[in-house]
Design a protein around this ligand. Structure first.
Ligand code: MTE
Ligand code: MO
Length: 497
C-alpha cells in the first residue's frame, strides 16, 4: 500500500474503547425494548398472529379479552438492561447510551476525515473486491491473510460496512419509529417500507451487530490475542515484546472490567432503585428530546383503507363504581369538567362537546411497547377547550383525570392521570375524542372520552377521561413525574420517540 503506515493512533484506540462501552449498553437496552413487544412485522397493522418472528413462547388466549400489556416478555437481567420488564428504564438507558455512541462516532469520523486515516476504512481501488475474496478463501483454509495497512481487504470491507452502512441504518431506522417524526413527515418511515419494517430492520441490525462482535472477537483471537491487543491498546504494530504484550493485556482486562462493572452497577441500580435511575437518566435524555422531536407538529392524514381492522387496546376498562354506573346508562348525565387555573370553569355533557366544532383525523397510534395501528378519531381540539375555559397566566399543563382505577395493576398507585403541556395541547391534532372510526368511543378504547396527541406515544393519551384540571406544575401530583406511567413505570413525561 502507498503512503504512510496508518497504524492505530490514540484517537482510534479511544474510539474503539468507547464504542465497546456504548454499543454494549445499546444492545442490552435494545433487548429490553424488544421484550416490551417481542414480535416483529413487515406491515403496519400489527395484526395479532401476523408477525414474521417472535421472541417469546407466550400465546394470547383466544376468546378472552387480553391487552397489549399481556404480550410483554420479561428477559433476564443477564441479557437485557435492566431486564425483568422495565421498559421505561431500558429506554432511558438506550437513549443515554445513544448520545454517547453518537458523540464517539462523530469524534471518530472527524479524526478519520481530517487526517489520512480515512484510508483505513475507505477502499481506494476496486481491486479490494478480488483481494477480499482471496482473503476469504485464505480464512476458509483456516489460515491468516497477509496484514494490510492496517487491515486486510476483507477486514476493511467489513469495518467499512459497519461504520458507513450498519451504524447509520440503525440511527435512521430508530428515528423512523418516532411518532413525532412519523406524524410530521409521514413519508419518512415509508422509506423503509413503513414503521414496522423500520422496526424489523432495526432489530435485524441489532442482531447483525451481535454477530459482527462475536465474529470480530473470534478473528482477533485467531490473529493472535497478544499482538492484536498490543495494536488496539498501545498502537504497536510490530511484534510486541513480552513486556508490551503484558501491559496491553493488563490495560485491556482493566478496561473491559470497568465496562463490565458499569453494566453490573447499571443493571443492579436500575432494578433496585429505579426512581433514582429515572431521575438521573432523565437529565441526560429529556432535554435534547424536548429541544428537537417534541417540537414537531403532527399533520397526519391516512387514507380510510389504512385503518386497522383488529386494533389492540391497552389498559383494562375501569372498575370505578361511578364509571360502571355511567357506562351502564350510556354515559347519560356525565359531565366533563374543566377546572383548576382557569377563568371560566366548565361542565360539558357529551351533547355539548359534540356541538362544538369537531375535528376528524385518521392517524397512527404508536404504543411505547412497539406496535402501532391506524384509526379515525373525532373530537374537540384541546385548544378549543382551553379557549372556552380561559387558562390563567400561570397555567402550564392540562392534567387529565380519569375513571381508570388501575385495578389490574399490583400495588396501589392511584387513578391513571396524564399531563399535557399547553404547547402540545394547542397542536391542531391534539383532541379530546368521543368517536373512533365513526362510532361512539368503544369501552376498551376509552369511553366516554379519550385524549389524542398524534405526535406522542400512546401512554400520554389518557382514556376514560373524567375531567381536566389546569395546573402550573406536576411535581406535587402523584409521584411527581408527570403521569401515571411516568410515576409507576418510569416513563418520560414527554413521549415523542
Ligand atoms: N386511562 C388509561 N389511559 C390509557 C392507558 C391506560 O392504561 N389507562 N394506556 C395508554 C397506553 S400505554 C396506550 S398504548 C393507549 C392505548 O390506546 P388504545 O386502547 O386505543 O390502543 O392508551 C393509553 N391510555
Ligand atoms: Mo402503550
Amino acid at each position: 500500500m502507498d503512503g504512510a503506515e496508518l497504524g492505530f493512533p490514540l484517537a482510534v484506540r479511544l474510539a474503539h474503547a468507547f464504542n465497546i462501552l456504548f454499543l454494549s449498553l445499546l444492545i442490552r437496552s435494545g433487548i429490553e425494548i424488544l421484550g416490551a413487544h417481542p414480535m416483529l412485522y413487515w406491515h403496519d397493522d400489527c395484526r395479532p398472529g401476523s408477525e414474521w418472528v417472535r421472541f417469546t413462547r407466550k400465546r394470547m388466549p383466544s376468546g378472552e379479552l387480553w391487552t397489549a400489556e399481556d404480550e410483554k416478555q420479561p428477559y433476564s437481567p443477564l441479557l437485557a438492561l435492566p431486564g425483568r420488564d422495565n421498559l421505561g428504564i431500558g429506554r432511558y438507558w438506550h437513549f443515554a447510551a445513544l448520545a454517547g455512541w453518537i458523540l464517539t462516532g462523530v469524534a471518530y469520523l472527524l479524526v478519520l476525515l481530517l487526517t489520512p486515516q480515512w484510508q483505513r476504512l475507505v477502499p481506494t481501488s476496486l481491486d479490494i473486491f478480488p483481494r477480499a475474496v482471496a482473503d476469504a478463501i485464505t480464512y476458509l483454509q483456516l489460515e491468516l491473510p497477509a496484514e494490510g495497512n492496517p487491515y486486510n481487504a476483507l477486514q476493511q470491507l467489513a469495518y467499512f460496512a459497519v461504520v458507513f452502512i450498519l451504524a447509520p441504518l440503525q440511527i435512521l431506522t430508530g428515528v423512523a419509529m418516532s411518532p413525532a417524526i412519523g406524524g410530521r413527515f409521514a413519508w419518512y418511515p415509508r422509506l423503509f417500507g413503513g414503521r414496522q419494517s423500520a422496526r424489523s430492520l432495526h432489530f435485524i441490525g441489532l442482531f447483525v451487530f451481535i454477530a459482527f462482535i462475536v465474529h470480530h472477537t473470534a478473528l482477533v483471537i485467531a490473529h493472535g490475542l497478544p499482538e492484536s491487543l498490543a495494536m488496539i491498546v498501545l498502537g504497536i504494530t510490530r511484534q510486541p515484546t513480552a513486556a508490551e504484550a503484558a501491559t496491553a493485556a493488563g490495560i485491556a482486562v482493566l478496561a473491559l472490567g470497568l465496562i463490565a462493572a458499569l453494566h453490573v452497577w447499571a443493571t443492579h441500580r436500575s432494578l433496585t432503585e429505579p426512581r433514582r435511575m429515572q431521575n438521573l437518566l432523565q437529565r441526560v435524555v429529556d432535554p435534547w428530546q424536548r429541544a428537537t422531536l417534541q417540537r414537531l407538529v403532527s399533520r397526519q392524514s391516512y387514507a380510510p383503507g389504512a385503518i386497522t381492522e383488529v386494533p389492540r387496546p391497552n389498559g383494562r376498562a375501569p372498575r370505578d363504581a361511578e364509571w360502571q354506573r355511567l357506562a351502564a346508562g350510556g354515559f347519560e348525565g356525565f359531565r366533563f369538567e374543566i377546572g383548576g387555573l382557569v377563568e371560566r370553569p366548565q361542565g360539558l355533557d357529551l351533547d355539548e362537546l359534540r356541538s362544538m366544532s369537531p375535528v376528524t383525523q385518521t392517524t397512527r397510534h404508536v404504543c411505547i411497547q412497539g406496535w402501532n395501528q391506524v384509526a379515525t378519531w373525532t373530537g374537540v381540539p384541546l385548544a378549543a377547550l382551553l379557549e372556552r375555559a380561559g387558562p390563567l397566566p400561570e397555567a402550564r399543563f392540562m392534567l387529565f383525570h380519569t375513571f381508570d382505577d388501575k385495578w389490574e395493576e399490583p400495588g396501589d398507585h392511584g387513578y391513571f392521570y396524564e399531563t399535557v403541556d399547553l404547547d402540545l395541547a394547542r397542536h391542531p391534532q391534539s383532541i379530546l375524542a368521543y368517536a373512533m372510526n365513526g362510532q361512539p368511543l368503544p369501552i376498551p378504547f376509552g369511553a366516554p372520552l379519550r385524549v389524542r396527541l398524534e405526535s406522542q406515544l400512546g401512554y400520554k393519551m389518557a382514556k376514560w377521561v373524567r375531567s381536566v384540571e389546569l395546573v402550573a406544575d406536576y411535581r406535587d401530583i402523584g409521584a411527581g413525574k408527570g403521569g401515571w406511567r411516568a410515576d409507576v413505570l418510569h416513563y418520560s413525561p414527554i413521549a415523542p420517540i
